[in-house]
Each structure stands twice: as structure tokens, then as C-alpha cells.
Design a protein around this ligand. Structure first.
Ligand code: BG6
Length: 479
């Protein structure tokens, strides 16, 4: 049967992520029968909540997607709340008793999933207590899911990883990068390795550039406190952007197993060339929009009035191998840009001979809000002569198709139930990414007194365009 048995213990259960992502994802797994009679969830956090109140929060979180009131009721009856101070050993005793009794009640056979969705400062404390106070079972599987940020630089992430691996093995640790759960991110390897057309022309011989854009229209919202210490480089580049780079440039794995995929991704991340930061990386911070309607970053809540934090990054990433050295990978990501768009543009060089007057040919992978891909090729214009015109072939999902697809968190949580770590970030990948990002951060820190500004609702500072024009290139996506 498809049904899995698991007891979830969520640390940070009163948080925004739990309500926005986790409870809906668990509910969808429930409606599809992966979770059914043999599961339970213990939510923990500092606040004092009753089970009833917790269950009402869970019901609210699934209100838009529930199949019926009764279904929502049944689902939420599997949830319990335990007020918990992560530093208090006593509390783990109570937690263990509750876990054991729920395990009994629902006949879960010792399978446990510990979900750490709170400040990483507590990860080590929690995992140590889980191990020492016997919340880890002998009879079932024990898996830990960890939300970002995984440290703030290489040094802190090593410390964090050591703390966690004192109590859990690497193959029990699931580091979430929700981009890896997105359909079109997972489609990258399918497109690359199951089409000879694409596979054979995917290297520096054939490509002129790869462009990754993860733009957001929102500002920092209510996350100013976290974001002002983090900035776009740590928030987006260290994880999502570099993971995408690795999927776009990794060698074909011998087979589609976790180990083989990770091996190839790691090889890419370990061969990233140290950039000339001054020339090849651009940062920016949003200021008031031109129409005056959107405020600047420094006026946001919990952001310091003279903040030098970057809300935008663009850069040229080079994978320093014979196969890839010649292809610039331009990346950009930021808050308060013109549109919310995640996409990848892969541009081919013109043919060597150029019999005709060729235009651009490229592949665009739309990650969101559109999902699907477009391929632009050169065709003959109808009529006399041999004039060339562009044609676009596309496979773009309809709104209905997108809605019916499993969402990233649902897919990733199912992977955890199945013990499949392929779409999670391995420690080696995390470490290599931090190393790269630290290098850029350090260079910026040497010269903190000026940061280019861009108007809210624009595509970033002029320097971002100049980054490409000085290479005789341009951003293909230019709304
Ligand atoms: C998160 C960042 O990892 O990704 C957020 O912390 C960002 O700042 C988010 O908004 C973007 O994810 P998505 O799926 O909306 O593109």
C-alpha cells in the first residue's frame, strides 16, 4: 500500500512556515493516502497552546484546500501540541512520553521525523537532546529535516553540522532547499539527459551563456530582522542559485541514485572559480520606487536606517573545468524587482559558418509563475528569398495544470517518508557553496561604504546590465 507510518515532531510549530507550507503539504499527503491512519504530529514551540487551539490552527492552514470539514477534522485530530523550551531537559521527557503514547495509539512502529523549523542557533541543542533523551527510536527510521539557513558562513555551518552529526548520520539528515522540490527544477536533468539534441550541445563549444534570474516583486515584508543580517547573497545565492548552477552544469550521473547525483553536483560546486568580485559581482539595494509608492529598503521595519545589506545580487559564475570554463553563467536575484519570476535562459552561440543571418536561439526553462519551457529556433521566413525568422516551440503548463501539480513541500515531504535524499542538499554541497559565497562576502566587506541603489520595481542597478554588456552579452529576460 502507499500508506506510510510516521510520527512528526515539529520544532517551530507556531511559525509562519509551518502554517503556510507544512500543514498544507501534510494534508495533501493525507488526501493522497500516503498518510492515513498511522501518523501523528506533535507541534512544539515556546508558546502555551492547547491541543484544541493547535488543531484549529492546522484547520485554518488547510481551509483553502480541504475536501470537506469532516476530512479536515479527521486530519487535524492527529495533531497534538506540547509547549517546549528547547534548552530544558525536563521538557524532552514529556515530549518522549507523548511521542511514545502516540506511537502506540496509532501503531507507528517507531518511525520518527523531526522537523527543525526554527533558528539554527538551537539545532545542535535539539538534536543532542533528541539523542540523549531517547527520542530516537530503535525499531523504526529516524530522520531530521532541517530548514535553512544552514549557518551564516562556512565556519558557522561546519559548527552546526558537527553538532547535528554528533547525534544523526548524514543519511538521516534532510536539508531542505525548497527549490529542489519544484517541478521545473527537477525537470532540468530530464531535459538535459534525455534529449540528444540538448545533451550534445550543452557545453562551452555550443553555449554562449546561461542566465539564471530569481526575481521577486515583494520587499522584505516582516522579515527585516533576519534579512538585514543575511542579504540576498546568503538568502538566495548560497542555496537556490548555486543548486541550480550545479544541476545545469553537472556531468551526467552514472545512474539516477542519490549518491551518483550528489557526486556530480558536488564536483561542480567544488570547481567554481573564485570570481574577481569587483569586476564580476554586483550588489544593490532598493530605494523608493520611481512613482514614490513603494518605500526603500532602509525604511522597512526592523531594517537599520543606514543598512548596507544587499537586496540584489548579480554575478558571473564560472565553472572552472574544460567543459565549462568558456560559458559565463550570469545570475541575478533580488527583492522588489519588477516581477516575481524564476527562470533560466540558455543561449546557444551562432553556428560557426552562419550561412544565413541567424538570430538568437535559446532554451528558456520557466520555473515560476509559468512552468514549462520554450525553445527559440531560426526558421525560414515564408515567401521568396532565404530570410530567417525566429520561431518558438513551447510547452507551458496551463493554470489548471500548475494547480494540480504537487507543490515543492509536498514532494519533498514525501521523499522524506520514502527515505529518498536525492532532492536535498548534501553537507558537501552546502560547504562548497558557503566557501564560494564567503569569498564574495569578504571582498564586499572590504569596501562597504558604497552600495549601488536601484528603484523598487526595477530590474536592479545599471551595474547589472553592464556586467553583461562588457562581455558583449545582454540579459535575455528584460521585462
Ligand atoms: C527563500 C528566501 O529561501 O526563498 C526568501 O529566504 C525568498 O527570501 C524565497 O522569498 C523565494 O522562494 P520562491 O519559491 O517564492 O521563489
Amino acid at each position: 500500500s502507499t500508506e506510510k507510518k510516521a510520527l512528526y515532531i515539529i520544532f517551530g510549530a507556531t511559525g509562519d512556515l509551518a502554517s503556510r507550507k507544512l500543514y498544507p503539504a501534510l494534508y495533501l499527503l493525507y488526501t493522497k493516502g500516503y498518510l492515513k491512519d498511522h501518523f501523528a504530529v506533535i507541534g512544539t514551540a515556546r508558546r502555551e497552546w492547547s491541543d484544541d487551539y493547535y488543531q484549529s490552527v492546522v484547520k485554518d492552514a488547510i481551509d483553502d484546500i480541504k475536501e470537506s470539514d469532516k476530512d479536515a477534522e479527521d486530519f487535524s485530530s492527529h495533531f497534538r501540541y506540547q509547549s517546549h523550551n528547547v534548552k530544558n531537559s525536563e521538557h524532552y521527557h514529556t515530549l518522549k512520553d507523548l511521542a511514545d503514547s502516540l506511537d502506540n495509539k496509532y501503531n507507528i512502529e517507531g518511525n520518527r521525523i523531526f522537523y527543525l523549523s526554527m533558528s539554527p542557533a538551537f539545532f545542535g541543542t535539539i538534536t543532542t537532546h533528541l539523542r540523549n533523551q531517547n527520542l530516537v527510536t530503535e525499531n523504526g527510521f529516524n530522520r531530521v529535516i532541517i530548514e535553512k539557513p544552514f549557518g551564516t558562513d562556512l565556519k558557522s555551518s561546519i559548527k552546526l553540522n558537527n553538532e547535528i552529526t554528533d547525534s544523526f548520520d548524514e543519511d538521516q539528515i534532510y536539508r531542505i532547499d525548497h527549490y529542489l522540490g519544484k517541478e521545473m527544477i527537477q525537470a532540468i536533468l530530464a531535459l538535459r539527459f534525455s534529449n540528444r539534441l540538448i545533451k550534445e550541445s550543452w557545453d562551452s563549444e555550443s553555449l554562449s551563456s546561461i542566465q539564471i534570474t530569481l526575481s521577486e516583486d515583494l520587499g522584505v515584508e516582516e522579515r527585516g530582522e533576519y534579512y538585514d543580517k543575511s542579504g540576498a547573497l546568503r538568502d538566495m545565492v548560497q542555496n537556490h542559485v548555486l543548486q541550480i548552477v550545479s544541476l545545469l552544469t553537472m556531468d551526467e550521473p552514472e545512474s539516477f541514485t542519490t549518491d551518483n547525483v550528489r557526486k556530480e553536483k558536488l564536483a561542480v560546486l567544488e570547481s567554481l572559480k573564485k570570481p574577481n568580485v569587483k569586476e564580476e559581482f554586483v550588489r544593490g539595494q532598493y530605494k523608493t520606487s520611481e512613482d514614490g509608492k513603494l518605500k526603500g529598503y532602509r525604511e522597512e521595519e526592523k531594517v537599520s536606517a543606514d543598512s548596507m545589506t544587499e537586496t540584489f545580487v548579480a554575478g558571473k559564475v564560472i565553472v572552472d573545468t574544460d567543459k565549462w570554463r568558456g560559458v559565463p553563467i550570469y545570475i541575478r536575484t533580488g527583492k522588489r524587482m519588477k516581477e516575481k519570476t524564476s527562470r533560466i535562459d540558455v543561449l546557444w552561440k551562432k553556428t560557426d559558418h552562419q550561412l544565413f543571418d541567424e538570430g538568437d536561439s535559446f532554451l528558456t526553462i520557466h520555473i515560476s509563475p509559468d512552468e514549462g519551457f520554450e525553445l527559440q529556433l531560426n526558421d525560414k521566413q515564408i515567401g521568396p528569398g532565404m530570410d530567417i525568422c525566429p520561431v518558438r516551440l513551447n510547452s507551458i503548463c496551463s493554470k489548471e495544470e500548475i494547480k494540480s501539480k504537487p507543490e515543492a513541500y509536498e514532494k519533498l515531504l514525501l521523499d522524506v517518508l520514502n527515505g529518498d535524499e536525492t532532492h536535498f542538499a548534501h553537507w558537501g554541497e552546502v560547504a562548497a557553496s558557503w566557501k564560494y559565497v564567503d569569498y564574495i562576502r569578504d571582498a564586499w566587506n572590504e569596501n562597504l561604504d558604497n552600495i549601488p541603489f536601484y528603484s523598487a520595481c526595477s530590474m536592479g542597478p545599471d551595474e547589472s546590465d553592464e556586467l553583461l554588456t562588457k562581455d558583449d552579452q545582454r540579459w535575455l529576460y528584460n521585462p
